[in-house]
Design a protein around this ligand. Structure first.
Ligand code: PRX
Length: 573
């Protein structure tokens, strides 16, 4: 597909190559209250600032799911998040403590999360599909002191094994409330708390506000730690790339359990004072198109897997709905195939703008802008204030059109400040002096556009979610039938990749469909539904290095029928 030129009429066509020439992040600071007061809290800037500026009556949140439908103004969210901040402080939670949020999308989730940030805590959002072991790993590593959850999810918190966890705050009715001192009611405590703003903790730009756990190819999930400073980039990219205007109705489909759902499901839009749609429940084409139709969504941020699922839905589903309110569509999380861009162009008469970034980067870095031509299949160009390059393993910049490591000049505002409890891991990203090395491979073309080529580690992106093979392999080994396990991503038309496990079974077990189903169920109930290997293949032996490490690249080569490459480190016994 050819380059698609900017469309007139719908976007704010700022020329970002011009902005880039003399842009400096200091300029962005002027948008914020703390520029005048010297006092910082990202949650205050996200909500309260708009009230102070006279926009308290504007709708901030349009929430709905199959059972509920509610809307909240900025004023209402200000008061509720103040109450939540008081609630946490009344419980003795102080600055820097880790407070987890483990709930399905609901207004309470947003109130709890922003309230905890107002109180100066570092919030850890957990995806609702996590099962006990996934929850345990994250609470243990971060030594969380409190968690907000729901009656349906509370049983997945192994509280007896977590000595630091002294408050389990349940939103909704539960017999557990009051059964032990640590089980308390969210609703009651919120109701009783003051709405004044004295619970807001004023912090430094470099103080932490969020800890997003994400997967790598080895080891346990890592806690990626971000600081209030990130707001500069959330705000600025939401303006430049999401192109948000005062009267937009914006919908980011990501759950706050993942970084897209916080950086651009909470902070980006609200720092810009825009009305934000949150739709609870699961994906269905009818429901999603219905959400755009119902709320007249104008700016829509989603992911390639969702677009591909919508593409595969029967035409009537789309035809049933009026989607003419849409003016800007964006994508993140996986390569956006040109076919999807073509589909968007045909169905909505709009370009789909790809954006590239990571949990670790905190905010968008390489993007397609409304003002510039889109080359379908390309991630676009770095935002003003950010420098990206393709470098070799020694840190030399490679010529245009040569594939190498996608790296960013270290020091952008939303960059992670540490990996919780793991300095060595953090340092690995910055091992090449002056650069953050992403783990993605890409090339840059003659016009400066970046083209994603793949991961250069074993991290699996499935349906836009990032899963680490190691966590799944470790869990598989706990199943009594499994002797050895190796997990890879297998290319899939809809989901980008699916999870495939190669398994050697212990003697006495039969390799059959029943065992496959049992292993899948085991992962689903112990770890998470999205970590379940869709395919399981039995092998007598798995390829291993002499030190016993499963060679996933050999498994991948087998799967794809490709040459296995250098096998000199393989143990051939
Ligand atoms: O491989 C890249 C892929 O997602 C990884 C980061 O995953 P996560 O931290 O979960 O963040 C996802 C959303 C911010 C990257 O290393 N990725 C992200 N965006 C793109 C992408 N791959 C191709 N194209 C993109 N636009």
């Amino acid at each position: 597909m050819e380059t698609i030129q900017p469309q007139d009429g719908t976007y704010q066509l700022t020329d970002y190559s011009k902005v880039r020439e003399n842009f400096d992040w200091e300029q962005t600071k002027e948008a914020f209250t703390w520029n005048k007061t010297g006092k910082v809290n990202i949650a205050y800037e996200t909500i309260d600032r708009h009230v102070e500026e006279g926009n308290g009556g504007k709708t901030a949140l349009l929430y709905s799911d199959a059972k509920r439908e509610e809307s909240f103004t900025f004023e209402e969210l200000k008061l509720k998040t103040n109450q939540a901040a008081h609630m946490f402080k009344n419980m003795g939670i102080s600055k820097g403590e880790r407070v987890f949020i483990f709930m399905p999308r609901s207004p309470e989730l947003y109130v709890a999360l922003l309230g905890a940030v107002k109180a100066g805590a570092v919030v850890g959002p957990l995806f609702e599909a996590f099962m006990q072991d996934a929850v345990r790993a994250r609470l243990e590593d971060s030594e969380a002191t409190a968690i907000v959850t729901t009656p349906d999810l509370v049983s997945r918190i192994p509280h007896n094994d977590l000595p630091s966890l002294n408050k389990i705050i349940i939103a909704g009715e539960s017999d557990l409330i009051g059964s032990e001192e640590k089980f308390v009611s969210f609703d009651e405590n919120l109701k009783e708390a003051s709405t004044d703003d004295s619970a807001i903790e004023w912090v430094d730009l470099e103080d932490g506000f969020i800890l997003h756990y994400t997967s790598g190819s080895t080891g346990k999930p890592k806690g990626v730690y971000h600081v209030h400073h990130a707001m500069l980039q959330h705000y600025q990219t939401a303006k430049w790339v999401l192109d948000l205007k005062e009267d937009d109705i914006y919908w980011c489909t990501a759950d706050p359990g993942w970084v897209t759902g916080t950086s651009y499901g909470i902070f980006g839009p609200w720092l810009n004072g825009v009305t934000n749609v949150v739709r609870g429940g699961r994906f269905s084409p009818d429901d999603w198109y219905g959400t755009i139709d119902k709320y007249n969504v104008s700016v829509w941020y989603s992911a390639p897997t969702a677009f591909r699922m919508l593409m595969a839905a029967p035409a009537e589903v789309l035809e049933k709905h009026d989607l003419s309110s849409l003016r800007h569509i964006l994508s993140v999380g996986e390569p956006l195939n040109p076919e999807v861009v073509k589909w968007g162009w045909e169905k909505f008469n709009l370009r789909i703008h790809d954006t590239w970034w990571m949990t670790e980067t905190g905010a968008m870095l390489i993007c397609n802008y409304p003002s510039e031509p889109v080359k379908p299949g390309s991630m676009g160009k770095p935002i003003p204030g950010v420098e990206a390059a393709i470098i070799d393993d020694q840190g030399n910049e490679l010529p245009r059109n040569e594939m190498g490591n996608l790296a960013i000049k270290a020091g952008w505002p939303a960059q992670m400040r540490k990996i919780w409890n793991n300095e060595a891991k953090f340092n690995e990203y910055f091992a090449i002096e002056g650069w953050y090395v992403s783990g993605d491979t890409a090339y840059q073309d003659e016009d400066g556009y970046f083209w994603f080529q793949g991961r250069n580690d074993d991290v699996i992106m499935t349906a836009g979610e990032r899963v680490g093979p190691f966590e799944i392999e470790s869990k598989l080994l706990e199943h009594p039938a499994v002797a050895e396990a190796g997990v890879i991503g297998k290319p899939d038309e809809i989901r980008g990749h699916i999870i495939k496990a190669f398994i050697a079974v212990n003697s006495g077990y039969e390799e059959n469909d029943e065992l496959i189903a049992d292993i899948q169920k085991f992962i689903k109930t112990e770890l998470a539904a999205h970590a379940v290997p869709k395919e399981i293949e039995f092998k007598d032996n798995l390829p291993k290095t002499r030190s016993g490490k499963i060679m996933r690249r050999v498994l991948k080569a087998w799967e794809l029928d490709e040459p296995t490459g250098d096998l000199s480190t393989m143990d051939d016994n």
